[in-house]
Design a binder for this molecule. Structure first.
Ligand SMILES: [Zn+2]
Length: 250
């Protein structure tokens, strides 16, 4: 009987210990969790970002303006007015030569992609006060008197140029190309003050390179002036193009 009582007490003690252990566990686990969260730094959760796979709009590209080709102004001497320039005894007129050569030069230069204005002698675009006509090259085309004691061409720029180096280069480019095409000599001795103070050179924009050419003498050089105006125009166009391309034309 005593033995049975002891056995029962032992069982109760075991049962009580188990219950105590179970309750202790229930109480301690939250504490342990709290302890762990205090000690172990919790990594900041990375927020899940949902990216919509929409097609990206292509960046707006501003249209690049196509630069205009250089503008060449050719003044056909004595055109558009009453004065025909020099006139030979047989009726050959300077204005007919200058307009013919200017028209040929225009065709050549336009075929090469340049813009070309043909100007009259006293063209309205040439305003001496505003001086707002600004071609990339200006060339006035004239021919010399109907004499037989002189032969050759000449090219000059304004005496009071504010861009003398550029205009000297223009004179060289036109002069050398024209000489090659025409086979005419340079008649330097007859560059007059009228050429150096030619009204057209005083009316273009001060920074537009300008020059004047006397194609040849309508007496001695009349064969080439009349019959090979396209060849003369080629020399002019070549010279202008070399200038626009930046050649030093030594
Ligand atoms: Zn003239």
């Amino acid at each position: 009987m005593r033995l049975r009582l002891l056995h029962t007490l032992a069982r109760l003690a075991l049962l009580g210990g188990g219950v105590a252990w179970f309750v202790g566990c229930l109480l301690l686990v939250p504490f342990g969790q709290r302890l762990a969260s205090d000690i172990i730094p919790t990594a900041t959760p990375t927020p899940t970002v949902f990216v919509l796979a929409l097609p990206r709009p292509s960046p707006t590209v501003a249209p690049t303006p196509t630069p205009l080709p250089p503008l060449v102004a050719l003044l056909a001497g004595h055109s558009g007015g009453e004065d025909p320039g020099a006139v030979c005894p047989d009726g050959l007129r300077e204005v007919d030569i200058t307009t013919d050569v200017a028209a040929h030069a225009r065709r050549i230069l336009e075929a090469r992609g340049y813009r070309v204005d043909i100007l009259a002698e006293f063209d309205k675009r040439l305003d001496p006060i505003k001086r707002d006509y600004a071609p990339h090259v200006f060339l006035a085309i004239h021919a010399d008197s109907c004499v037989y004691y002189a032969s050759g061409y000449k090219v000059a720029r304004a005496a009071n140029s504010i861009i003398p180096r550029e205009e000297d280069r223009l004179v060289r480019c036109i002069s050398s190309s024209y000489a090659a095409a025409s086979q005419l000599p340079f008649h330097e001795g007859s560059i007059t003050n009228d050429m150096k103070h030619y009204h057209g050179l005083m009316k273009i924009h001060p920074h537009s390179p300008g020059a004047i050419i006397e194609l040849g003498f309508m007496g001695s050089d009349r064969a080439i002036l009349v019959n090979q105006s396209d060849q003369l125009a080629l020399g002019i166009a070549n010279g202008i193009e070399r200038f626009l391309q930046g050649s030093l034309c030594p």
